[in-house]
Design a protein around this ligand. Structure first.
Ligand code: ATP
Ligand code: MG
Length: 381
């Protein structure tokens, strides 16, 4: 296997791969306010890269700098090997789909999609060909004569996407592309977006504040907070191995316990809970001193819930009382009150239909939670 095959789906792991977009020490200040704070990032060709973070953390600002609508206060941006500081937006190999995409209301779908090519003076026959090709790709061939107000939200979204892609940019920047859609349509459109991206091999940089969307879409995610990157990694890395409490909390839900390291070796860490009577045993080592304060995080789906008390006192378990049960159809969420008065969440998949409304446990029941040594994460910040 050549190194190229080995890293085909994960070029960021390939030491020889050349990034398509390279952001180097980029800062953006508005007056005294630092919106983007000295960030470094490489994005590779064909990636579907997500910038994820809460409102105001600097996502749009970073995207606008890539598009050339905003100038970095310091640092530099390279796209396809060219330094961008003196390249105006229309000469960059990128196209941006804005947070609130506006279609031309008086033009039908076909004319909306053709607009950019027409303005560039592309010959009519070529325009017709490319528009037909694009409409077929976003599955809107039958809707070509309709005006935007005669379309559903998802269809309008696809027109906007076709309009942004028809000029064949090497990079498409999408700012909250699916925010206007309801949940069902959003999920469906996410998959369409992935298919189109894969078919065209265009590099997508997508801004979102929706963590599920980022998890579904991305090759990699950069989690942003206050203008900085907290962590950059694949969806699995970010979810299974968050490296800070902020990331662990932001992606999915998680139960966090404060504790002190009691034993630390090359292949495990033991932590004693500060608030709860829990002895944690985590099956990986890290360089940290005995006695140091850490947080142990366990996701709700990684905890087992049982009404049977364990036979022997062991690590990775705690007793509690069922305070609430939320039935979500596919899973049930149990809210468990611990002796410390803290309430934590445990999810239980509903593999078999609860017969006569029978649950694993009921309100006020005393229950035992336990989890595997491989399921907990130790966080130091
Ligand atoms: N032109 C501007 N002048 C002053 N401050 C600005 C300007 N543009 C953005 N900001 C500030 O910079 C910060 C980052 O803004 P940005 O639009 O990048 O956030 P965002 O992450 O896209 O948020 P959202 O999810 O709400 O769209 C915000 O605090 C915002 O108020
Ligand atoms: Mg924004």
């Amino acid at each position: 296997m050549s190194s190229q095959d080995e890293f085909e789906d994960q070029p960021w792991l390939d030491p020889d791969a050349v990034p398509f977009i390279s952001i180097r020490g980029v800062t953006k200040k508005f007056g005294d306010f630092v919106a983007v704070d000295s960030v470094d990032l490489d994005i590779y060709q064909g990636e579907l890269f997500c910038l994820l973070g809460g409102s105001g953390c600097g996502k749009t600002t970073l995207l606008r700098m890539l598009a050339g609508f905003e100038t970095p206060s310091s640092g530099s941006i390279f796209i396809d090997g060219v330094e961008m500081s003196n390249v105006p937006p229309y000469e960059r190999p990128v196209n941006m789909m804005f947070q609130s995409y506006a279609l031309f209301p008086h033009m039908n779908v076909e004319k909306n999609v053709a607009y950019g090519l027409k303005r560039d003076g592309v010959p009519k026959e070529e325009i017709n060909l490319r528009v037909a090709e694009m409409l077929s790709m976003v599955e809107l061939t039958d809707f070509s004569q309709r005006k935007p107000h005669q379309l559903s939200g998802g269809q309008r979204q696809r027109v906007a996407l076709a309009r942004a892609l028809i000029k064949r940019p090497k990079v498409l920047l999408l700012d909250e592309p699916l925010a206007a859609l309801d949940k069902r349509l959003r999920e469906q459109t996410q998959f369409e977006l992935m298919n189109i991206q894969e078919k065209l091999g265009v590099t997508f940089v997508v801004v979102t504040h929706d963590q599920e969307e980022a998890m579904t879409l991305s090759t990699r995610i950069a989690v942003m907070d206050a203008g900085e990157f907290e962590q950059i990694g694949s969806p699995t890395e970010i979810y299974e191995y968050p490296d800070s409490r902020m990331v662990a909390d932001f992606i999915g839900s998680i139960n966090m316990f404060e504790g002190r390291v009691t034993q630390n070796s090359s292949d495990h860490i033991s932590v004693s809970g500060s608030e709860e009577d829990i002895e944690f045993f985590v099956d990986y080592g890290m360089s940290i001193k005995d006695g140091n304060k850490v947080w142990v995080a366990v996701r709700p789906e990684k905890m087992r819930l049982s009404k049977e008390p364990p036979t022997a006192k062991k690590a990775n378990q705690i007793k509690g009382m069922v305070q609430d049960i939320g039935y979500l159809g596919d899973i049930s969420i149990y809210r468990i009150k611990l002796a410390s008065d803290r309430v934590i969440d445990v999810t239980v998949p509903n593999q078999i239909r609860p017969k006569d409304g029978k649950h694993v446990a009921y309100w006020e029941d005393e229950v035992y939670l336990d989890w595997d040594a491989a399921s907990a994460i130790v966080l130091t910040r």
